[in-house]
Each structure stands twice: as C-alpha cells, then as structure tokens.
Design a protein around this ligand. Structure first.
Ligand code: MLT
Length: 325
C-alpha cells in the first residue's frame, strides 16, 4: 500500500512539474514527431519549418518519424507525451481531419487533445502516375482506370492519410475500382511510383514537384481552382474535366493538451517567424506549398481549421463507405 501511495505521489509530482511554469523553456532539444516515414511531404515541411524554429528557440528541434496507421500511431504518441513542451507533432488534414471518420476507436480527439500551435503549409493535391502510364490527360486517366482498375495499384500512406483520403474521394467520384497499396508514407510510395512498381496516387504537391519537373512521374491534374506557379503546365481538375474534385491538404504543428501557455506561445511565435522568413518561404513556394497568412496562422486559426475539417471529411468518408477497421 505504501509503495502505491509513494508511486502516485511521484506521478503527481511529475505531472505538476510538466504543467508548472518553465520560464527558461526550452533548455534541451525539442522532439517533433512526424507520423510518417522520412522523405515524405509531412517530413519535408517539418524539416523546413523546424530548422528555422530551432534558431528562434535556441534549441534543436529533432524530427522523430513514427509511422503507422495512416499517421494516427505517431499522433497518439504525441497526445500521450508529457505536456512539458519537449514533444510536439506535425499533424495534417488526415490525422486531424479525416481520421475520426475512419478510426472508430481513434485514441485521440483532434479538436480536444492538443494545443494548436499553427498551420505550417497548405499542400494542394495532385493526381500522379508512373511515367509510362497509358494516359496523357485526366480524361484518358479516368477512362483507363475505369476500364482497367482490376489490374492497377494505387499507392497511399495508410487509411486516414492524406493520400488515402483524397484518392478515396477520387475513387467514389469517378466510380472506379482498383487495388490500394499502403506504405509508411508517400516518400517510400513515390520511390515505387518512380520505379514503376505502382501505377498512380493522390499526393501533396510538396512531395512531387522535383519528380514531375524531372519527368520521372506524370501529373494528370492539380485539384485546386488555380494552377500552381511551381507547376505551370499542370492543368487544374476544373480545366481537365473533373471540376468537383477540388481538394487540398495542410500540415500543422500541435502540442499535447495541457502544455503551458507560455510554452505554446513561444512555439507559435517561432513558427510564425519561420513562415515570415524569406528563405523558408522560398523553399516552401518552390515545392508548391501555400503559406498561411494573417488570421490563418497561429493557434486560433488552426483550432478552427481542425473543427471545420473534421466536420467536412466525416460525411464524405462515411458516404464512401471507408473505415480502417
Ligand atoms: C507523408 O508525409 O508521407 C504523407 O503526409 C502521407 C499522407 O498523408 O499521404
């Protein structure tokens, strides 16, 4: 009995330390969990903004890739971390928008279990194929997939990921069937697309620009109202005959619920400074990233975005009849 009381007291002490004010925070490196494999869009955005945030905070932001279950494994890890400012996460439209509809037993609530820090980048979605896919327009792609879906493989990063969610929407919109192949992130998925091991996918622009420019994969269309300045020759879905397929993702920084306000304020300030830095902006723009401005930045804008996205994706995904279990 005595041991139990001592253990409980120690746990309370730890919790109190975590939540107590830490005026000198950070005094050691901060871990940023990226819930997908290295080299994918979430990882790329995290490393670009994280490097500049490190400079403002005076401590290294160390990326830890924790992949699995469409990103929900890593985000669950972040939710369970001590709220002491030394663990944060890069989530996105999948982990903090689509996941509740796809995981009935999801172990976190995107809108309640985190302190929102801010949006890092908007990431338009493109439909891309291996370079020798027998289609050179979105119309040819749709016709081919509808006729040959049984022998085609689509690459995604797990149920609930952005790639899975946005290709689920495409699948239901064009009423096609195809084999869906899960990866630990769209970094490794892209490697197989370049190698011709898989046929197509729906992915975030920041993962794709160099490969599309090099011609190692083909872009059928970008699912935004306007073309991207980084890919001026890629038509929009509206121009290409699928106007209703308009979808963009976003990546954003979160801290565990209960992280002290003076810490979340420092994190939000460091992210804001990163997004205002001309070199960071140049790198994100070159990759087709959309940088949030004004009210779209910061904790309030992100909290509103999470609530809006969960409300948006839940009926869409339920209508498509998709769940992870
Ligand atoms: C990644 O970083 O690998 C992607 O965000 C995965 C996805 O959500 O499609």
């Amino acid at each position: 009995m005595k041991k139990t009381i001592l253990a409980a007291a120690a746990a309370l002490g730890l919790a109190a330390t975590s939540a107590q004010a830490q005026p000198n925070w950070p005094t050691r490196p901060v871990t940023m969990i990226v819930p997908f494999a290295a080299g994918g869009p979430t990882d790329v955005v995290a490393r670009i903004v994280g490097e500049h945030m490190s400079r403002t905070l005076g401590q290294q932001i160390v990326i830890e890739n924790v992949a699995g279950a469409g990103g929900t494994t890593g985000i669950t890890r972040a939710k369970q971390a001590a709220p002491d400012g030394y663990t944060i996460a890069m989530g996105h439209m999948g982990t903090h928008g689509a996941a509740p509809a796809l995981y009935p037993n999801l172990r976190y609530d995107p809108a309640k279990d985190f302190e929102p820090i801010g949006v890092a980048a908007g990431t338009p979605i493109l439909i891309v194929t291996k370079k020798d896919f027998p289609a050179n327009s979105l119309k040819e792609f749709i016709d081919y997939v509808k006729a040959n879906g049984a022998k085609l493989n689509e690459a995604h990063a797990g149920v609930g990921s952005v790639s899975h969610t946005t290709c689920t929407l495409l699948q239901s919109m064009i009423d096609a069937k195809f084999t869906r192949v899960a990866y630990r992130g769209t970094g490794p998925a892209l490697n197989d697309l370049v190698a011709g091991q898989v046929d197509f996918g729906c992915d975030q622009i920041v993962n794709l620009v160099p490969q599309i420019q090099a011609g190692t994969i083909k872009a059928m269309a970008i699912a935004t109202a306007e073309r991207s300045a980084s890919l001026p020759n890629v038509p929009t879905t509206k121009e290409a005959g699928l106007p209703d397929y308009q979808v963009s993702a976003w990546n954003a920084v979160f801290a565990p619920k209960g992280t002290p306000k003076e810490i979340t304020a420092k994190l939000a300030d460091a992210l804001d400074k990163a997004l205002s830095d001309e070199n960071v902006r140049k790198r994100l723009h070159e990759l087709g990233g959309v940088i949030p401005e004004g009210a779209d930045r910061g904790p309030q804008g992100l909290q509103k975005l999470v609530e809006t996205e969960v409300a948006r994706w839940t009926p869409v995904l339920k209508a498509a009849g998709v769940t992870a279990q």
